[in-house]
Ligand binder design. Structure first.
Ligand SMILES: Nc1ncnc2c1ncn2[C@@H]1O[C@H](COP(=O)(O)OP(=O)(O)OP(=O)(O)O)[C@@H](O)[C@H]1O
Ligand SMILES: [Mg+2]
Ligand SMILES: [Zn+2]
Length: 391
């Protein structure tokens, strides 16, 4: 798309507060020769997305096998998902990827793992190997919460540590303030005008809701008394206004907390504010907060993670971070299944399942499965054709 365009604006250099400048502008050729443009470096091939696994992959410990899948356009297919691998599901639009992974595999496994899972899987005959995994997770771009009450630190559990640190300060103990005092979700220390949201929702007829800053606390979310408690010169509201990067330095003495903040950095969210409302996070940011939360879980192996086109809207540089994180999950003993069109991701897979050959009725079959090199050498695979150029 960029190659075909007449003019490019490259914005950055980083994201969030680290961005906001026009870094380069001009034709495709001007951008690829512009030393300042990160986009240009990827377009010219000076920077490449090749991610080596930290550890050598073990032989697969088994397979999840789906047999006789006939949902939507799928043509009675049998599929093996090797466990402990980074798997990409590929194929042209309409070939049946989402049908296979979201409609069938996810619900079939979720039903087995969670007795409260209500949604029924699409049609298939049999599944086996499900006892080899403990949990199944769909990591999508839906919001991490629907109100300003949830944010990156509440979602990842980092806020629990922060509240404990405040409750343990000398001033808090003198006044008898417990960890609950520093929560904005329960009565006690929060501002009651906005009930700890820092904002007040105004419902507009026919229009989306509008939020305005609370006049009592000026957006600080807490009462004056709560804000008087400081840790190392900062009150709880100032902490929530810190970026992940700042907070990671500030709390470096606390192992559990810096581990959680560290994983947010690792997924490329160093610029995000700890208290940034869930409602304002972009889809990709929300998805990466979910990934960070999974990454920071101790000893969480034997899980299966499913992601449908996680690179939508990502820059080359973000893409590289995302692939790194997905590979880390695999190194921790999990299995990752990603539906993807992006060749930079696909070429990094351990195993590819290519659906098609065409979309709709012309699709729904398995064209090939195997390593990127095996797919690249498959004659009738569109993915293989493009992968060959890439490899
Ligand atoms: N609920 C449905 N009822 C009937 N047909 C459906 C339904 N959902 C999907 N299909 C059809 O099944 C085929 C496979 O769709 P699917 O969404 O799995 O494709 P996909 O490979 O994920 O494509 P994309 O890359 O565009 O997301 C398509 O032809 C689609 O029109
Ligand atoms: Mg799809
Ligand atoms: Zn308020």
């Amino acid at each position: 798309m960029m190659e075909e365009s007449d003019y490019i604006f490259d914005i950055g250099p980083g994201a969030g507060i680290q961005g906001g400048h026009i870094i380069a502008k001009g034709t495709f050729n001007e951008i690829i020769n512009d030393e300042n443009s990160l986009t240009g470096k990827y377009l010219s091939g000076k920077k490449k997305i090749i991610i080596e696994s930290q550890q050598k992959l073990k032989e697969t410990e088994g397979y999840i096998r789906l047999a006789g899948v006939t949902h939507n356009n799928l043509k009675n297919v049998d599929i093996d998902f090797p466990l402990g691998k980074f798997i990409c599901v590929t194929g042209v639009s309409g070939s049946g990827k989402s049908t296979l992974i979201n409609d069938v595999l996810y619900h079939a496994l979720a039903q087995k793992k969670n007795p409260f899972h209500r949604e029924k899987p699409g049609e298939f005959k049999d599944i086996s190997g499900d006892d080899l995994i403990k949990r199944v997770f769909m990591i999508d771009q839906s919001p991490i919460g629907r109100t300003p009450r949830s944010n990156p630190v509440t979602y990842t559990g980092a806020f629990t540590h922060i509240r404990e640190i405040f409750a343990n300060s000398k001033d808090a103990r003198l006044r008898g303030y417990g960890a609950g005092r520093f929560s904005f979700n329960v009565k006690g220390g929060r501002c009651e005008t906005c009930e700890g949201e820092g904002q007040i929702k105004i419902e507009m007829q026919f229009l989306p809701d509008v939020y305005i800053t609370c006049e009592t606390c000026n957006g600080a979310r807490y009462t004056k008394e709560t804000l008087e408690i400081e840790f190392d010169g900062k009150n709880i509201s100032e902490i929530l206004n810190m970026s992940v990067d700042e907070a990671h330095n500030f709390f470096s003495f606390h192992e559990g907390l810096s581990n959680k903040l560290g994983t947010l950095k690792e997924v490329g969210l160093s610029y995000i504010k700890l208290g940034q409302a869930a409602t304002t996070l972009s889809g990709g940011e929300a998805q990466r907060v979910k990934l960070a939360s999974e990454l920071s879980k101790k000893g969480a192996g034997s899980s299966l993670y499913l992601l449908d086109e996680p690179t939508t809207g990502l820059h080359f540089a973000d893409l590289e971070k995302l692939v790194r994180v997905l590979k880390r999950l695999v190194e921790k003993g999990n299995t990752v299944v990603v539906i993807e069109h992006n060749l930079d991701v696909i070429k990094n897979a351990d195993y590819i399942i290519d659906l098609g050959p065409e979309g709709g009725d012309g699709g729904g079959g398995i064209v090939a499965s195997g390593t990127p090199y095996q797919i690249a050498n498959t004659k009738n695979s569109y993915t293989g054709l493009y992968l060959k150029k890439e490899l």
